[in-house]
Design a protein around this ligand. Structure first.
Ligand code: SAM
Length: 368
């Protein structure tokens, strides 16, 4: 089973693809073949999750982080970062703006902290967001590794989706990207707790990382499948010059196109394998190409996370160099996004949570 047509036929007849098939798809080089892959993934998206794009306004509420990941611009040891924490009123005002502009949901994300003050601050903020929107705004959170008790408190305070990227599903690879006191097993265990508590569970990886092979990427896809995830947020790895991993990726400028296409191919393969999960088209794609996020939607993604963080803080949340949209206010971002989404003939799911169809289906079955 080696040619692209044979694999595409296999998809049409709903046969499971093998790891070898996905390896072949990820290694496609010819632009025409790659477009055929994207078109097939788009068809699967239409069939299983429909044509709507859902907005989740993201608030990056603090860049203070206790972790020291080798790839990340806000890692603890990076002294070139102005650290900030938004005040509760600032987060609420961003959430109110999202609500008034008919975004169905918000995402709250930050560097990782697990002190009592932070846990309580997030809990209270979640409750206030629920209050200001009459319970109508959906809330996704992404605050890294926490205890079972903390995850549960935040769930009970109103968050119902959690994003925790595994970063790579290969434990040996994980070791090369993190200091010795960051553990793959711990991250995996956190994902299990998140799922167990009842969150819609989202994970993801960085694509095109140093030391990563195409077999690793194929394993990542099957990890998502076996873990039975509900949401996927993955994007190309982008160099931040203030991080240790930057020296492992020389001449990044020359390899941008390759990173970009690999990011899109992973989205397409994930849609083909996972079918009815929510998949985000991430900002990292847009950092590589102006129309990167729309291309993500055309390759199978159905979620966009427009940045609604107050403008003056965006520059300080630079996970990687050249992050887009740091100069556009939320109003401007929204206008430009609407045009871009309509431009690819997708509808916007205004005011809807746009929950993962996969999660809904699972729960329906479990409740029978
Ligand atoms: N602290 C939380 C956590 O660990 O999940 C959320 C914030 S963390 C900065 C969010 C994600 O940013 C990470 O999971 C990682 O995949 C991504 N990220 C960090 N540095 C990156 C880089 N240089 N290129 C692409 N993505 C990056």
């Amino acid at each position: 089973m080696r040619t692209l047509n044979q694999i595409l036929n296999k998809i049409d007849s709903e046969d499971e693809l093998t790891k070898d098939n996905f390896k072949f798809l990820l290694q496609l080089k010819n632009r025409g073949d790659i477009d055929l892959l994207f078109r097939k993934a788009y068809e699967i998206k239409q069939k299983y999750v429909g044509n709507k794009t859902y907005f989740r306004g993201i608030v990056e509420l603090s860049n203070i982080c206790r972790k020291d990941c080798y790839y990340c611009g806000i890692r603890r040891s990076n002294k070139n970062v102005n650290r900030f924490v938004l005040k509760e009123e600032q987060i609420l005002s961003a959430a109110k703006w999202a609500y008034e502009n008919n975004y169905g949901s918000v995402v709250l994300q930050s560097g990782e902290r697990n002190d009592k003050a932070f846990i309580e601050f997030i809990e209270k903020t979640l409750m206030e967001i629920k209050k200001l929107s009459d319970g109508e705004l959906g809330i996704t959170i992404s605050f890294g590794e926490q205890s079972y008790d903390t995850y549960k408190r935040w769930f009970e305070a109103g968050a119902h989706r959690y994003l925790l990227r595994i970063e790579t599903s290969n434990p040996e690879h994980y070791k090369k990207l993190h200091p010795p006191d960051h553990f793959f097993e711990e991250r995996l265990n956190c994902l299990k707790m998140i799922k167990d508590i009842g969150y819609q569970t989202g994970t993801g990886v960085m694509i095109g990382l140093p030391f990563q092979t195409v077999d690793d990427l194929v394993s990542d896809l099957f990890f998502f499948k076996e873990f039975d995830i509900d949401m996927l947020g993955m994007g190309p790895y982008l160099v931040n010059e203030d991080t240790p991993l930057a020296k492992e990726f020389l001449n990044f400028e020359e390899k941008k196109d390759e990173q970009y296409l690999l990011g899109l191919k992973m989205i397409a393969c994930a849609r083909i394998l996972l079918r009815d999960v929510n998949i985000a088209s991430t900002t990292a794609l847009q950092a590589l190409k102006y129309s990167g996020r729309e291309m993500g939607l055309l390759a199978g993604a159905n979620i966009i996370m427009p940045n609604i963080t107050p403008m003056e803080y965006r520059e300080a949340y630079q996970l990687y160099d050249n992050k887009p949209c740091i100069d556009d206010d939320a109003e401007l971002c929204l206008d430009c996004l609407k045009q871009r989404i309509y431009g690819i003939e997708s509808e916007i799911g205004y005011g809807e949570w746009g929950d993962s169809p996969h999660f809904k289906k699972k729960n329906l079955i479990n409740n029978i």
